[in-house]
Design a protein around this ligand. Structure first.
Ligand code: JD2
Length: 244
């Protein structure tokens, strides 16, 4: 990934399951500082927008040279060129394709991804045209820059990679393949501040537990996310983004 805040990723990239996936070699994550590719002594990567207006826009030339260096692993004669042959390159932007479990699976199938994190008011349109192969958004709200969005993409994709812990079927994955929200879960102690565990879960009747969980998942989904149910009927259970 490319960012002007490489240190931003130190926490997420070294902690817990992502850190373990990197240590075990199941995930190779490299964070590159965009400013290394700036042209001037002040290492500037932005400029005022053509046409005027508030804020700054990130420069296309710096982004293009940085992306080519990263694609080619620093080999200046490498084969990857902006606008031509290039690995799957995801630009995080509010106008991108909404991130879903289906898109995470699609990205997890790629041998390699390049993630581009912008800041300021955004990136020169020619980076969208020449560098990005994909534009992805993490949802309909605005954050300061692409870093937090890239972290979301990295976590969603990494946990689908072979060998990464958390990849094993979890209730949450099941929930997204059945198209339902996850059922409520409990662990010890059996009573907390007067709140007890539903009796069926301690009954030892596995069929009754399964039926209860399915019913709870369906009721929750009906109440909170009827859009997921509608999409599920349309697509015959195939998990996906829901109605656009
Ligand atoms: C970003 C900004 C647009 C003004 C680079 C925001 C995003 N779902 C999402 N919400 N916001 C972003 C995102 C991603 C990259 C940048 N900004 C701030 N954007 C208009 C200011 C700058 C995603 N993915």
């Amino acid at each position: 990934m490319l960012t002007i805040f490489p240190e931003w990723f130190t926490g997420p990239a070294t902690t817990s399951l992502l850190g373990r996936a990197r240590d075990s070699g199941d995930l190779d994550l490299r964070v590159h500082d965009l400013r290394r590719f700036a042209h001037d002594r002040h290492r500037s990567v932005d400029d005022a927008p053509y046409g005027g207006g508030a804020g700054m826009v990130m420069r296309a030339d710096v982004w293009i040279e940085a992306a080519e260096a990263v694609w080619n692993d620093g080999d200046v004669d490498g084969a990857y060129r902006a606008g031509g042959q290039r690995p799957r390159t995801v630009l995080l932007t509010p106008r991108g394709r909404p991130l879903t479990q289906a898109l995470a699976r699609e990205l997890a199938d790629e041998p390699r991804l390049t993630l581009l994190c912008g800041r300021y008011e955004g990136i020169d349109e020619r980076v969208h045209e020449l560098v990005a192969t994909d534009e992805v958004s993490i949802g309909d709200y605005v954050v300061f820059g692409g870093e937090v969005a890239a972290a979301v993409v990295i976590e969603a994709v990494a946990r689908l990679l072979p060998g990464v812990v958390g990849n094993a079927a979890s209730p949450c994955d099941e929930s997204f393949s059945t198209g339902l929200l996850e059922y409520p879960q409990y662990t010890r102690p059996a009573e907390v501040r007067g709140h007890t565990v539903p009796e069926v879960l301690t009954s030892g009747d596995h069929a009754a537990v399964d039926a209860w969980r399915r019913e709870r998942a369906e009721a929750l989904t009906r109440r909170r996310r009827p859009d997921l149910l509608a999409y599920r009927q349309e697509s015959d259970g195939e998990p996906g983004p829901g109605p656009s």
